[in-house]
Design a protein around this ligand. Structure first.
Ligand code: NAP
Length: 252
């Protein structure tokens, strides 16, 4: 175990897309990173290299956010390696196959809600216990990854996704009332259309080319444009920002 003087962030789904960009942005600001992935080990290895190039240390842990046991292991491995925790970026998320509400089924809904909602709850629980000033921690911050879909309803046939992110908004507001006595700030970021592989499930680059020009700023966003806001909310520069849902959506 190394007890680092640098702050430590757990970033769920930190291996690709927005999570990777957050890992690099935080490393540039002096953080070390523990990131989770579930299937793409090569992407996780590449992100570890990018964090190191940005001056940080990184640990990649294969941990499915749909599994309570994997989540426990992610935080145990983080503490074993770094000995402390200063922020949780609750970022891992999936869209799920587009599906009409007329065809709602248990397995489909459960898969999306387990990762997007239950995973975020269990990660926040683990992180809050470790960071709580009432339990020997130093306090810290939680940044939850919501979506603009939480307020505009999302793409057609994706009520499951929009509703899972609506739950993240409510969760953020509830935690912002519960966690201050533990020294923990809580905020959420609501990205709009961001150019990552998450869109492969419903059209990929075709969808981004079609929807991008309808965004008030006239284009899709880049992962790095979300990451800078997340990094700000995670760190001390946002010390009086709490219980906010920050849109990073180009005006959409
Ligand atoms: P992405 O490019 O598809 O990356 C998803 C990341 O999450 C990957 O690192 C992936 O790991 C990981 N992941 C997925 N399911 C997981 C699971 N069950 N357990 C652990 N890790 C898992 O997605 P993104 O666009 O960066 O999205 C990141 C977050 O932003 C999500 O919560 C998403 O809902 C939200 N968001 C994105 C957009 C957008 O337009 N891109 C807009 C609004 C909100 P593997 O590679 O190993 O699968």
């Amino acid at each position: 175990m190394t007890t680092s003087k640098r702050p430590i962030a757990v970033i769920t789904g930190g291996s690709r897309g927005i999570g990777r960009a957050v890992a690099v942005a935080l490393a540039r600001q002096g953080w070390d990173i523990s990131l989770s992935y579930v299937s793409d080990a090569a992407a996780a290895v590449e992100t570890v290299a990018q964090v190191q190039a940005a001056g940080g240390q990184a640990l990649a842990v294969r941990a499915d956010m749909a599994s309570r046991e994997d989540i426990r292991q992610l935080f145990a491995d983080t503490m074993k390696t770094f000995g402390q925790l200063d922020a949780l970026i609750n970022n891992a998320g999936v869209v799920g196959q587009p599906r009409s509400i007329l065809d709602a089924d248990d397995e489909h809904l459960t898969a999306v809600f387990r990762t997007n909602v239950l995973g975020s709850f269990f990660c926040a629980s683990e992180a809050a216990r470790l960071m709580s000033t009432q339990r020997g921690g130093k306090g810290g911050s939680i940044v939850n990854m919501s979506s603009a879909a939480a307020r505009h309803g999302g793409m057609p046939q994706e009520a499951h996704y929009a509703a899972s992110k609506g739950a993240i908004d409510s969760f953020t507001l509830a935690l912002s009332k519960e966690l201050p006595p533990h020294g923990i700030r809580v905020n959420a970021v609501r990205p709009g259309l961001i150019n990552t592989q998450i869109h492969d499930i419903h059209g990929g680059q075709d969808l981004i080319s079609k929807v991008g020009p309808t965004v008030p700023l006239g284009r899709a966003g880049q992962a790095e444009e979300v990451a800078e806001v997340v990094a700000f909310l995670a760190g001390p520069l946002s010390s009086y920002v709490h219980g906010t849902l920050v849109d990073v959506s180009g005006g959409r």
